[in-house]
Design a protein around this ligand. Structure first.
Ligand SMILES: C[S@@+](CC[C@H](N)C(=O)[O-])C[C@H]1O[C@@H](n2cnc3c(N)ncnc32)[C@H](O)[C@@H]1O
Length: 425
């Protein structure tokens, strides 16, 4: 089971707070703080390193954001089902088996992932039109390409397209490629690189201390290599579908912040390399976490933003896709976003420089402002995503097996009316 990464669930927060409701722009974070201080706390929150929230034990940006999102019943239901799932031994077993299968994927499993990715591309395109490009000979950059389902879908649509693709080498634990490339299809050029180690692309050359540090870095051989493609320099469509892999052998410094490194490097490169008016499709997780929320809020300022979750696969997970069309990478907001992403990438890649690893400002004012500006929009965009995930969890066979066991236990204890399912429905 994908863990519930919230330290304190909105449901438990709300219970502690009674029925008080907090509205953004109305000092709601302060109200929340007072209410929290007045309550007896049993959970141990994780307080972000560099945030003014450290004065208040519970009031992390994630908590504050989630309390706002909790006003949507779709979010509340999802949290309840995730909490139920995270305490579910049948779920743990189910996901352990699934993970083992993916980690040891042989040809047949990989082929099936390749076909699934093409189905997702088709569904995504029908819902958002993300693959409908104005140019009939588009240039496409795929930053974490293997097995190549998205690319195969695009290649079928655009016979004259050109693709540059980066993907983790097999020897480093990356997936095998199932789409023809290089000599088998000259439209597709592949570079077997770690996208999080494209140091020059990520602004390393502008920081003398970083260049110095790169020379003696555990990943120095890759960090010091230039951008792998001579042409084109910009792309009509950029795909960012990287997923941190358990099979990827990584240096120790990466363990605590690899998902931030992957997200920052893909998104910074995508924004630097996309054409004005182009499209980015990016895999995201957990729209209810501050970093993801702030990223989406940023993209809404310089693109036509849509969110999409497929129904043909990955329904139970918190993953979804950001689809940003008509991008304005030349805008001040987009350039500011690239700076933030690069800085956080640098902080995580060179911990010895002592920089802040926060991607976005997580002060109370910043959270308040972002929620006031973008909170309702995010709720509207995310509701269909949360509904798909909730429905999938509700219907999951492993969850139902757990429910049967719970009901039998409740019956034995004479308290069948009080189970969580009853509360939700
Ligand atoms: C979900 S799969 C991508 C599926 C692909 N978009 C498709 O359509 O078939 C995730 C990919 O990210 C790659 N990956 C993970 N970490 C990476 C890294 N640091 N650098 C480059 N590729 C990476 C994996 O090897 C894998 O190919």
């Amino acid at each position: 089971m994908e863990p519930n990464h919230t330290n304190i669930s909105p449901t438990s927060l709300e219970k502690r707070l009674g029925n008080e409701k907090f509205q953004p722009g109305d000092g709601w974070v302060d109200n929340l703080t007072k209410a929290l201080q007045a309550t007896t706390l049993t959970d141990t929150p994780v307080v972000p390193e560099d945030s003014s929230y450290d004065m208040i034990s519970l009031d992390t940006p994630d908590d504050a954001l989630q309390l706002f999102l909790h006003k949507a019943s779709e979010f509340e239901q999802l949290m309840a089902w995730m909490a139920k799932g995270s305490n579910c031994p049948t779920g743990d077993k189910h996901y352990a088996e699934k993970r083992a299968k993916v980690d040891k994927a042989g040809f047949t499993t990989q082929r099936s992932i390749f076909l699934t990715m093409q189905n997702i591309a088709e569904e995504l395109n029908q819902a958002t039109g993300a693959f409908e490009l104005s140019n009939r000979r588009p240039d496409v950059l795929d930053l974490c390409m293997a097995p190549g389902g998205y690319l195969a879908y695009a290649l079928k649509k655009y016979l004259l397209m050109l693709a540059n693709a980066v993907t983790l080498g097999r020897e480093k634990g990356g997936y095998a490629i199932h789409v023809p490339y290089d000599r088998r299809d000259s439209r597709v050029q592949v570079s077997f690189r770690d996208v999080t180690l494209l140091g020059y692309e990520l602004g390393m050359a502008n920081v003398p201390e970083a260049i110095e540090a790169a020379r003696v870095h555990p990943d120095n051989d890759e960090l010091l290599c230039p951008w792998p493609f001579a042409a084109p320099t910009n792309y009509h469509l950029v795909l960012c579908d990287g997923q941190v892999l358990r099979t990827h052998g990584r240096a120790e410094y990466r363990e605590s912040c690899e998902s931030t490194r992957l997200m920052c490097s893909q998104m910074a490169i995508a924004l630097q390399r996309v054409h004005i008016g182009g499209t980015i499709i990016a895999l995201m997780h957990r729209a209810y976490q501050w970093n993801v929320f702030a990223l989406l809020a940023g993209f809404a300022k310089f693109s036509d933003l849509q969110l999409f979750k497929p129904t043909c696969a990955h329904r139970e997970s918190s993953s979804f896709y950001l689809v940003a069309k008509n991008l304005r990478p030349d805008s001040a907001e987009a350039k500011g976003m690239v700076e933030k992403l690069r800085r956080a990438w640098m902080a995580c890649t060179f911990p010895e420089l002592g920089m802040s690893t926060a991607v976005f400002d997580s002060s109370k004012d910043a959270v308040n402002q972002a929620v006031a500006e973008f909170g309702d929009t995010l709720l509207e965009m995310a509701k269909p995503i949360w509904e798909i995930q909730t429905e999938a969890l509700r219907a999951a066979t492993w969850m139902q097996a757990e429910q049967v066991a719970d009901e039998a236990q409740d019956k034995a204890q004479g308290q069948g009316d009080h189970d969580l399912l009853g509360e939700i429905e």
